[in-house]
Write a protein that binds this ligand. Sequence first.
Ligand code: ATP
Ligand code: MG
Length: 562
Amino acid sequence: MESKETLEKKPLDFIRQIIADDLATGKHKTTVTRFPPEPNGFLHIGHAKSICLNFGIALENNTKCHLRFDDTNPSKEETKYVESIKTDVHWLGYDWGENLHFASDYFDNLYDFAVQLIKGGNAYICDLNADEMRQYRGTLTEPGKNSPYRDRSPEENLQLFEKMKAGEFDEGSHVLRAKIDMGSPNLKMRDPVIYRILKAHHHRTGDTWCIYPMYDFTHCLSDMLEEITHSLCTLEFEDHRPLYDWVLDTLETPCHPRQIEFARLNLTYTVMSKRKILQLVNEHHVDGWDDPRMLTISGLRRRGYTPESIRNFCNTIGVGKKSSWIDMGVLEKSIRDDLDPKAPRVMCVLDPLKVIIDNYPEDLTEMVSGKNHPKDPEMGTREIPFTKELYIEKHDFMENPPGKFHRLGPGREVRLRYGYLVTCVSYDKDEETGEVTAIHCTYDPETKGGSAPDGRKVKGTIHWVSADKGIECDVRLYDRLFNHENPDADKEVDFKEYLNPESKVVITNAVAEPALGEFEPGSRVQFERTGYFCIDPIDSKPGRPAFNRIVTLRDSWAKQQK
Ligand code: ATP
Ligand code: MG
């Protein structure tokens, strides 16, 4: 859990300020918030913002936050989404306790409220079809026209509503509409539909119902029934608010939650719409909902993000009223900042080039001691085997290095991290391909641990792994899924045109120091000089770990941006 201190030092955002004021004035003795996902997809980083806000407020005030599934659309909703949403909220570090709710639990209440509206002359059954209804609705500049069915008597409306419920009508033939004002400048107030016929199987209520309440009718009443004090939602619901209030006012409900809108999270280099995320999965542009490149919570978890880093990210971006964009670099920084103090450092060679130390004894294995963290002695040390044949990265050797290249080249001396100082004496080359196949070095036996007793300066330090003691592993170098800041920006261009072809580079011949064989799946480490990695819990096999790159050590995208 993020420390209370970080929250307290920051000025309150406008929602927390409203809540603090309501508690101070005694308007409310306590607060109740809710997170209301529709179980029609997996949660993503945008939802995390809403989760951290709603559950965060509850934690800070020692009050409750409900988890409520807004399951009023049976055709798109599934139990598997309910389960994954629960898992994700828990993983983020939050708990709804006993307050798990489903809008579908209120179907009876909602029906009764609809009857009440009808009896009060505040709702009517309309027989216009969808097209006709659109024509009658008017536009932003023109008022709508009253439906010819608007003046049906409450008795007739009640009978028709009962018939709708009894399944006597076809889908689309009748709807229940709130009787508000077809001349309202707010289109949402032009006699909105509040019940529709849907002959679909519901994941919880089965075939009990063939009429289902609409979001705007369901949400405010569910909030009211749960005695939510502050109903926090994103800005696109601003013009739904008068309808939210109208329903509760008209029904004279005993409690009236306050809807407050905040800006949704927009993040660069990604798409956040559930429809587009679903398309990426269904068309196999990614390896499923939990593909480590996806900004779903399950994808971020698989990639190796920590819950702390996501909570800190949400804390950093804050909550405001104006919609804005957050750079992907901010999310990446949050995981670097979280892992830097706690990820053990290890060595892994991703692109191996063999080094033979000519003057090192054939059968000798020396154990050298490596610090698990350069700044935290409490994280201890580990033993790393040093042998005659080692691997280093190909890019740490050049045949004709320029002066500024401080790594290996003919005649150059370099420090093998925690090992010895070695000097390149020659190299083998495949004459046909021109590829360097191995390099020969000599080591200075006086320099064990990496420092020279004569004080001579060696600028470069490179990582390495013993050729016969190292373990082979798979490494997946993940990067941003899109190579465009806003894949959605251009209406003429399909967002998939901006998929980054290099977002997943798979290496199957990486070599890691043996200590890595003992890490649990899910562990996060820093490969020195390379990046932060997580041992994939699914693809790793005993003795052969598979690593996911969580993030590089530095933001290589920042300089590419215009
Ligand atoms: P849709 O309603 O189109 O299916 P949705 O993303 O709004 O998609 P919901 O399940 O309704 O999905 O969202 C649950 C909650 O998460 C809502 O309160 C919603 O406002 C909030 N939410 C969704 N996307 C974001 C976002 N990008 N930033 C902040 N909050 C979000
Ligand atoms: Mg929604």
